[in-house]
Design a protein around this ligand. Structure first.
Ligand code: PGA
Ligand code: ZN
Length: 441
């Protein structure tokens, strides 16, 4: 190990996220002078099995303060990591996991852990004189895939006071040839959707992730408006611009029963699947996240059997970026893609393990931001550096979102001739590889 990459100091800082809530920023300084910095994001519609943030509780900041987590960086993490090789991400992450000592990361807090883990990666890249994406790609030569952006046009569910039940009404641009073109098309669709809302007297600001506030009489009306917006933007719904949904069904489903407040209906598992089937038949939907609740493996299985060959079925709350859950789901024939949120686990090492497990089974992958975000752009570098073919960041407004899309434009420019855009259908799952089903790795 070179002395230059030995960790000299780790600093924790209390900063604020896009909801105005405190969050943890970490700075890792190496002996050679390189510094890496990263900020933890925060979810609102969380899976019950995800790693938990450490929050102070009490009355200040609505109980969301993170003074305890920031203190854990100074008092526990900094002394434990000092002297480790910052270039050895696995050693650093294993030290964090051992120090935390809990299964759900409530000891140090997943917010403190992920900030330090990501800051370590930035510091190592800086020491190597490389941007993070290149450092993560390693020696690899040849074309580099840039992820297909998945961008919210209407926000709903927990991000819009449950104005509609479905959480994310998103678009992807499989017909675009570059990230830049996909973002141009998205900008036009986003604008057209805003105009449509204004013309019908339904413009009411934006939801948590920057999508238009969903003033709709039903969930399906949002799908109709989305198709209209795509057409108004001059794009063909389907092959050029397609729809992607995050149902986030754990927010309104439990024990196989689904309470659709907006549609004033309670559906059992099969009726819920039928509702989604109707949407899949009537709208150009190519991807659907958490179509059933996290506790409804049976529903997920039925849904995957019926539709797994025609749409991407992503587990978010259902798989919580957990390699073990991904393997189990793949072996059972449940879902065909995974959402990858680093703070659902707490370390980069485990996040990468999850993506490796997914890839081994032919699962698709989407690196994802949280609803509470900041200017931090680490996830863009992870998507490119780990070659994950899709990126979900929220909508096309508000700087915590635009910081990521703008970074992706920079990465596309930096890659030049090596850049390959994951347009087309990166969400089509390939069959599980035989070797994956027999290996326990
Ligand atoms: P979050 O949800 O509010 O937990 O970040 C985002 C998602 O469900 O994908
Ligand atoms: Zn989700």
């Amino acid at each position: 190990m070179s002395r230059a990459t030995i960790i000299e100091h780790v600093h924790g800082r209390r900063v604020f996220d896009s909801r105005g809530r405190p969050t943890v920023e970490a700075e890792v300084r190496l002996q050679g002078g390189a510094i890496g910095r990263a900020i933890a994001p925060a979810g609102a519609s969380k899976g019950s099995a995800e790693a938990v943030d450490r929050r102070d509780g009490g009355s200040a900041m609505g109980g969301h303060d993170v003074r305890g987590a920031v203190a854990s960086v100074a008092e526990q993490i900094a002394p434990a990591l000092r002297g480790l090789d910052g270039h050895d991400q696995i050693a650093v992450d294993e030290a964090l996991i051992a120090l935390d000592g809990t299964a759900n990361r409530s000891g140090l807090g997943a917010n403190a852990m992920i900030a330090v883990s990501m800051a370590t990666a930035w510091a190592a890249a800086e020491a190597a004189g490389q941007p993070l994406w290149r450092h993560l790609l390693g020696e690899r030569q040849g074309p580099v895939t840039l992820p297909l952006p998945e961008i919210q046009i209407f926000g709903g569910g927990a991000h819009a006071a449950r104005r509609v039940d479905i959480q994310d009404f998103m678009i992807v641009c499989p017909g675009a040839e570059t990230v830049a073109e996909a973002l141009d098309w998205t900008a036009e669709v986003y604008r057209a959707a805003g105009e449509l809302m204004a013309e019908s007297g339904r413009l009411a600001g934006v939801a948590d992730e920057g999508g238009w506030w969903p003033v709709f009489a039903s969930n399906e009306e949002a799908l109709e408006a989305l198709v209209q917006a795509i057409e108004r933007a001059g794009r063909r719904p389907g092959d050029e611009v397609a729809i992607s949904l995050d149902v986030a069904a754990s927010e309104f489903g439990k024990d196989g029963s689904y309470q659709l407040a907006r549609d004033e209906r309670v559906l059992d598992r099969d009726a819920m699947i039928e509702l989604l089937e109707g949407w899949l038949d009537r709208y150009p939907i190519v991807s659907i996240e958490d179509p059933l609740a996290e506790d409804d493996a049976e529903g997920f299985l039925r849904f995957t059997r019926k539709f797994g060959h025609r749409v991407q079925i992503i587990g978010d709350d259902f798989l919580v970026t957990d390699a073990g859950k991904v393997r189990a789901a793949a072996q059972a024939g449940i879902a065909n893609a995974v959402l990858i949120k680093p703070n659902q686990r707490g370390t980069l090492m485990e996040t990468l393990e999850c993506w490796k497990a997914a890839r081994a089974y032919g699962f698709g992958g989407v690196v994802s931001a949280r609803s509470g975000e900041t200017e931090d752009v680490t996830i863009c570098h992870l998507a490119v550096g780990w070659q994950v073919p899709q990126l979900k960041v929220g909508s096309f407004s508000r700087s915590e979102r635009m910081a990521k899309w703008n970074e992706l434009l920079r990465l596309e420019e930096a890659l030049g001739d090596r850049a390959r855009f994951a347009g087309g259908t990166p969400y089509a799952a390939s069959p599980p590889s035989p070797s994956a089903s027999s290996s326990s790795a």
